[in-house]
Design a protein around this ligand. Structure first.
Ligand code: PAF
Length: 280
């Protein structure tokens, strides 16, 4: 596996592959890789000739007081995992390469509609940070396909919309959420949970499944199902940010269950902020 952090080396390698008409698959990450990321890598591998993974802890998507400084950085372990997956290139740029004009001075990408509400209400500026870094990485890597996880459902919708609006010649592939045996969605932030909190954490997924079941049953209004879910999470020791039943495509609120709904939630449990979603 090649590990590159500079622009010239990156361009040279990519040009060689393109000259041979090889298709490039791209998996952008912030590192601290787990099985969820490896599934994205495997999907990219199954669809393309060359797989590029980036590791970049993006300062722009962290708000004041969030965990940018303490975000787990485990480059050597990540490299070993990517070697095992036969990744062709690990791209690990420095902040200056991604933001040559400076993080605060750079051109930004703002996605309306799906980029508003839910996570954006709780983490203002988060999706501007995500869309901007993904745009920049897409331009650097110029892949044919990029692969993202459905766990970050709203992020996936933001990226799809950005690609459509900016007419990017790249296909976005989505991979279903990878879960622990007890249902907890895999996330780098799960390691912030204490042993006791880890036992409670699957309640988030269980609650989402219960809401999805309620939507399917159509006996209760969405607002009532959401309120019940918030209550259940609070009783289990969570501090919920939201539980929301939305249209799966537009992410707009819906009044009654429909076939294209998704239930999204975010809740704090101790130091960890967990997000998850379940389709209806
Ligand atoms: O999902 C992530 O890990 C990040 O938000 C992403 C897409 C790599 C952008 O920094």
């Amino acid at each position: 596996m090649n590990t590159i952090s500079g622009l010239d080396d990156l361009r040279e390698l990519l040009q060689g592959w393109r000259r041979c008409r090889e298709r490039i698959g791209f998996v952008p990450t912030m590192g601290n890789l787990h099985e969820g990321h490896l599934q994205l890598v495997r999907r990219a591998r199954s669809l393309t000739d060359r797989v590029v993974v980036s590791i970049f802890v993006n300062p722009m998507q962290f708000g004041p007081g969030e965990d940018f400084d303490s975000y787990p950085r485990t480059l050597e372990d990540d490299k070993a995992l990517l070697e095992q997956e036969q990744v062709d290139l690990l791209f690990a740029p420095a902040v200056d390469l991604v933001y040559p004009s400076g993080v605060n001075e750079t051109t930004r990408v703002q996605v309306p509609g799906v980029g508003e509400g839910l996570e954006a209400d709780v983490r203002p500026g988060f999706f501007v940070g995500v869309a901007t870094v993904v745009a920049r990485l897409f331009n650097l890597v110029q892949a044919d396909i990029a692969v993202f996880g459905e766990k970050d459902y709203q992020q996936l919708a933001v990226i799809r919309r950005m690609v459509k609006d900016l007419c990017w010649p790249i296909d976005i592939e989505a991979v279903p959420t990878v879960r622990e045996a007890d249902g907890l969605a895999m996330s780098s932030r799960n390691q912030y949970l204490s042993a006791g909190q880890r036992k409670q954490a699957p309640v988030l997924y269980q609650t989402l499944c219960q809401v999805a079941e309620g939507v399917r049953g159509q006996k209760r209004a969405c607002a009532e199902l959401e309120a019940q879910a918030i209550q259940r999470l609070k009783q289990a020791g969570f501090t919920p940010d939201y539980v929301s039943i939305r249209d799966a495509a537009t992410l707009q609120p819906i009044e009654a269950g429909n076939a294209r709904a998704v239930v999204l939630a975010a809740a704090r449990l101790g130091r960890a902020r967990l997000i998850d979603n379940v389709g209806v």
